[in-house]
Design a protein around this ligand. Structure first.
Ligand code: ADP
Ligand code: ADP
Length: 226
């Protein structure tokens, strides 16, 4: 069975007063270890889909299974990388990476060991005791990636993780993400406005198209992987 299975997924915000149809009958399967990119115009519902997969919001209708189970509420299986990493400035890099581990109550020794491993994986060895303001934007985003992986999630959700960065840093982080992904093989869903980024990183690109009525269409393009 697929790791993520969406069937006739529908999401309406402000039901009743001023309804916004964000997702209309979305069908999507993502297999374990697959890297899928979501592209489409602003406001077409990409972030909404990630919120539903992560359990931060519930669909208005349809079915959504993650790892064979119906999604209900926030899930430990998910790691989320945001557009801006929103690091806590009074916490060191190591303490920032450890934050989800603390929230989820992971054993401290195990969490510390994983944090060190991940900090090295994202190329920040030596920066453990530094503070976010001492790091460049690209480095901060790498901290965000390490933080998303600390609890060993089976799924990694990335919402335009590099869009705030300059083009060189972005290109470098694309390479890094591909390397990290090929080591860990998390089932990944990436939102991006860059088709080349989508093609470079993913096994499949899912194209969302907005319509006047905000109805969604999902077209899946299989790509050969290098
Ligand atoms: P995308 O990520 O593709 O830019 P979003 O999923 O953020 O799109 O938004 C899809 C649509 O739903 C947009 O029209 C947006 O304004 C609307 N929307 C998103 N979140 C909310 C919300 N919490 N309440 C009301 N409308 C929302
Ligand atoms: P994106 O970068 O995906 O386009 P937005 O800037 O559209 O994100 O939205 C940022 C946040 O505001 C999201 O959490 C989204 O759910 C929320 N949001 C977007 N549109 C609305 C809306 N019309 N009403 C309430 N919340 C909204």
């Amino acid at each position: 069975t697929p790791m993520i299975e969406a069937r006739d997924l529908r999401m309406v915000y402000n039901q009743g007063t001023d309804p916004v149809l964000a997702l209309d009958n979305v069908n999507l399967d993502v297999n374990e270890h697959e890297f899928v990119s979501l592209v489409g115009p602003s406001g077409c519902g990409k972030t909404t889909l990630l919120k539903l997969v992560s359990g931060l919001a519930s669909p208005s209708a349809g079915h959504l299974n993650v790892d064979g189970k119906r999604v209900s509420g926030p899930q430990k299986k998910i790691g989320f990388v945001f557009q801006v990493p929103a690091l806590m400035k009074w916490r060191t890099i190591q303490q920032n990476v450890l934050l989800p581990a603390e929230i989820l109550g992971m054993r401290k020794a195990e969490a510390l060991e994983r944090a060190q491993e991940l900090i090295e994986l994202v190329g920040l060895k030596g920066f453990e005791k530094r503070y976010p303001h001492e790091l460049s934007g690209g480095m901060q985003q790498r901290v965000g990636i390490a933080r998303a992986l600390i609890h060993d999630p089976s799924i990694l959700l990335l919402d335009e993780p590099f869009s705030a960065l300059d083009i060189m840093t972005r290109g470098q982080l694309n390479l890094e993400l591909l390397r990290i992904w090929s080591e860990r093989r998390k089932t990944s869903l990436l939102i991006t406005h860059s088709i080349s980024e989508a093609v470079f990183l993913s096994d499949r690109v899912v194209v969302f198209s907005a319509r006047p009525a905000k109805v969604l269409e999902v077209v899946q393009i299989p790509l050969p992987r290098p």
